[in-house]
Design a protein around this ligand. Structure first.
Ligand code: ATP
Ligand code: MG
Length: 336
C-alpha cells in the first residue's frame, strides 16, 4: 500500500485554503492509504512568533484537523518536534542539497522579501520538508499548488542521496492535488496564507465569516448591479466551485453572466453553502476542546508510532553513510 505523508504549520488558524487545498483530501485518503499527518512546528519557527502562541496554535491545529475529519483510528497525527529524527535527517540531507535550488524556491523568495533579517532556516525549510517526507519513505504527498516546487526539490534530494550512496532507499514522492489547489485571499490579491492574515478560518463564527465575505473582491467589471460578469475570473465563483453543489454552481454562473442578481446575492448563497460544510466542523471542535487530554493522547500515540518508523530509516541512512560506529562509552569510563 502506498504511504502518504503531509504536514501543516501551526503558524495560524486552519483556513479554507488549507482545508480545500490539502486537509479535505487528507480526510478522504485515510480510508485508502496508510496516512501520516504532521503538525510541523519546526517549520513554523522560521517565521516570527511568541512561544506561548506556538504552544496554543499547535494544540488548536490538532483540534481543527480532528474536527475536520482526521480519525486517529485510521491515520497517524503527531507533532514534528516530538520526533527529533526529522531534524537529524534534515542535517544529513543538507549535505546533498544544491544551494542554488534552495535560493530559487518561490516561497523562499516571497517569505524572505517580507523579513528584514532572513534566517538560514527559511532557506533550508524545503530540506526539512524533504526530511519529513523521506523519513517515512512516503510515496504520495497531498498538498496545495504552492508546495509543488518544494516537492520537486524533495524528489531531487531523494535522487541525489540514493545516487551518492548507491542504494534506492528513498522513493521519489509525488504530489496529490485537489481541484481547489490554490485558493486566493478574499482581497483577490494573493494566495490565502496564515502568515498573510487574509484568511477565512474553518472554525470562525458565522458572523465573522459573513463580515469578511460581504466586502470581498469580485469581478471588477461588475461596477453596477446591471453589469454582466465573468464568473471564471471571480474569486467568489471559485469558492462556489469548492463549496456549492453542481446545480448551484451552474445557477450562480448563469445569474452572474446575465446580471440576474448582484454580487451580494451570490455571496449570500456562497455563505449558506459554506455554513453547510463548516458548521459540523465547528461543532466537533467545540466538543474536542472540552477534552484536551484526549488531544494529547492522540498526539503522543502518533509520535510514538512515528518514532519507531523514523528510527528504522535513520539506522539504514547512517549505515549507508558510515555513521554507524558503536556509541562511545559514557564520559569517565574510557581508559579506566
Ligand atoms: P504559511 O503562510 O505560514 O506558510 P499556509 O497558509 O501557507 O501558512 P501551510 O501550513 O504552509 O499553510 O500549508 C499547509 C497546506 O495547505 C499545504 O499543503 C499547502 O499547500 C496548503 N495551502 C496553503 N495555502 C493554500 C491555498 N491558498 N490554497 C490551497 N492550498 C493551500
Ligand atoms: Mg505555506
Amino acid at each position: 500500500m502506498s504511504r502518504i505523508f503531509s504536514g501543516i504549520q501551526p503558524s495560524g488558524e486552519l483556513h479554507i485554503g488549507n482545508y480545500l487545498g490539502a486537509v479535505k483530501n487528507w480526510v478522504q485518503l485515510q480510508d485508502r492509504y496508510e496516512c501520516i499527518y504532521c503538525i510541523v512546528d519546526y517549520h513554523a519557527i522560521t517565521g516570527s512568533y511568541e512561544p506561548d502562541d506556538l504552544r496554543r496554535r499547535t494544540r488548536d491545529m490538532a483540534v481543527s484537523l480532528l474536527a475536520a475529519g482526521l480519525d486517529p483510528e485510521k491515520c497517524t497525527l503527531f507533532v514534528q518536534s516530538m520526533v527529533p529524527e526529522h531534524t537529524e535527517l534534515a542535517w544529513i540531507l543538507n549535505t546533498v542539497t544544491p544551494l542554488g535550488e534552495l535560493e530559487r524556491q518561490t516561497q523562499f523568495k516571497d517569505k524572505a522579501s517580507r523579513q528584514e533579517s532572513v534566517p538560514a532556516g527559511l532557506l533550508n525549510y524545503p530540506v526539512l520538508q524533504a526530511a519529513d517526507i523521506l523519513l517515512y519513505r512516503a510515496d504520495l504527498v497531498p498538498v496545495g499548488e504552492d508546495q509543488v516546487q518544494h516537492l520537486e526539490l524533495s524528489r531531487e534530494i531523494a535522487r541525489r542521496w540514493n545516487a551518492k550512496f548507491g542504494v534506492e532507499l528513498f522513493p521519489e514522492p509525488q504530489p496529490l492535488l485537489t481541484p481547489a489547489r490554490r485558493i486566493v485571499g478574499l482581497d483577490g490579491q494573493a494566495k490565502m496564507s496564515k502568515s498573510l492574515g487574509n484568511t477565512v478560518g474553518v472554525l470562525e463564527e458565522p458572523d465573522a465569516i459573513w463580515q469578511k465575505l460581504r466586502p470581498a473582491v469580485t469581478d471588477p467589471a461588475r461596477v453596477r448591479r446591471t453589469d454582466p460578469g465573468t464568473p471564471e475570473i471571480c474569486n467568489i465563483y471559485h469558492l462556489h466551485q469548492a463549496f456549492s453543489d453542481p446545480p448551484t454552481v451552474e445557477h450562480v454562473a448563469h445569474m452572474c453572466r446575465t446580471a440576474g442578481w448582484g454580487c451580494i446575492e451570490c455571496k449570500r448563497v456562497l455563505f449558506e453553502s459554506m455554513m453547510r460544510e463548516l458548521t459540523p466542523i465547528r461543532e466537533r471542535a467545540a466538543e474536542l476542546r472540552a477534552h484536551p487530554e484526549r488531544i494529547d493522547e492522540v498526539l503522543h500515540a502518533g509520535a510514538e508510532h512515528c518514532r519507531a518508523m523514523a528510527q528504522e530509516t535513520m539506522a539504514a541512512v547512517k549505515e549507508h553513510m558510515g555513521l554507524d560506529l558503536a556509541p562511545v562509552p559514557p564520559l569517565g569510563r574510557a581508559g579506566v
